[in-house]
Design a protein around this ligand. Structure first.
Ligand code: ADE
Length: 229
């Protein structure tokens, strides 16, 4: 069982999307979730969690004392690696997803506003993770992406254990195109090779398609493929 602790100012967002479909069906079986509402750890009567940045600048910064109290509310044995979702983080990739999915526990800290006071990162053993080169309005959606990606690779979550053997990012290639019924749609035929019945030919056609697409669309990945083959 993979357990997540989510530290957020918006506890109502969870499980949200993660409660539906394959990942939702696995909730309570292959994975579990505890949501820690950070605001409950505020100490003043207005339940303030943020403050303007020292040195000036726009926006607000989440206070370290309140985040620290929220983090400490989960027993250390149940915490696991602490991950802070942030556009400054290391880019999340399928390799990292597979490693993280093997953990028994993970704690995901979701920032809002301009982010969190840096002293949290200096004090705790924090892995900063970004889900891409764009800025979201908070870490919650990024945390959901990370959870979805980790849960779907857990044994028994996807029906077909083989279905991620050929998907994008396995062996540094993007996935090949897929076709299904009808054989002709909108004047377009499904490629003949897929009806040939020759498994090896279909496999090499798909590999060729994957290579062409990867070279064209993702030169960074293509280089890794060439270096590893
Ligand atoms: N928070 C805001 N933007 C983010 C991103 N791109 N990745 C992770 N966390 C974020």
């Amino acid at each position: 069982m993979l357990h997540f602790n989510i530290f957020t100012l918006f506890p109502d967002m969870f499980p949200g999307l993660l409660g539906t479909s394959v990942v939702g069906r696995a909730l309570g079986h292959q994975w579990s979730l505890d949501v820690v509402p950070i605001r409950e750890f505020a100490t003043d009567k207005h339940q303030t969690v943020d403050s303007p940045p020292f040195g000036g600048g726009p926006g607000m910064v989440m206070r370290p004392d309140i985040i620290d109290a929220a983090l400490r509310s989960v027993p250390s044995a149940r915490r696991g690696q602490l991950i802070y979702l942030s556009p400054k983080g290391c880019p999340l990739d399928q390799d990292m997803v597979k490693k993280l999915s093997k953990s028994p526990n993970l704690s995901l800290l979701c920032g809002r506003y301009e982010g969190i006071d840096e002293r949290i990162i200096d004090t705790w053993d924090v892995l900063e993770v970004s889900i891409g080169d764009f800025v979201l309005s908070g870490g919650e959606l990024a945390a959901m992406c990370l959870i979805d990606a980790c849960v779907r690779v857990l044994p028994g979550v996807l029906g077909n254990e083989n279905s991620f053997r050929e998907e994008s990012f396995e062996d540094f290639l993007l996935d090949h195109p897929h076709y299904t019924k009808p054989k002709v749609w909108n004047g377009k035929q499904v490629p003949d090779i897929l009806f040939s019945g020759h498994h090896a030919d279909v496999k090499s056609w798909r590999l060729e398609q994957s290579k062409r697409l990867t070279e064209k669309r993702r030169p960074d990945l293509w280089k890794k493929y060439l270096d590893n083959s």
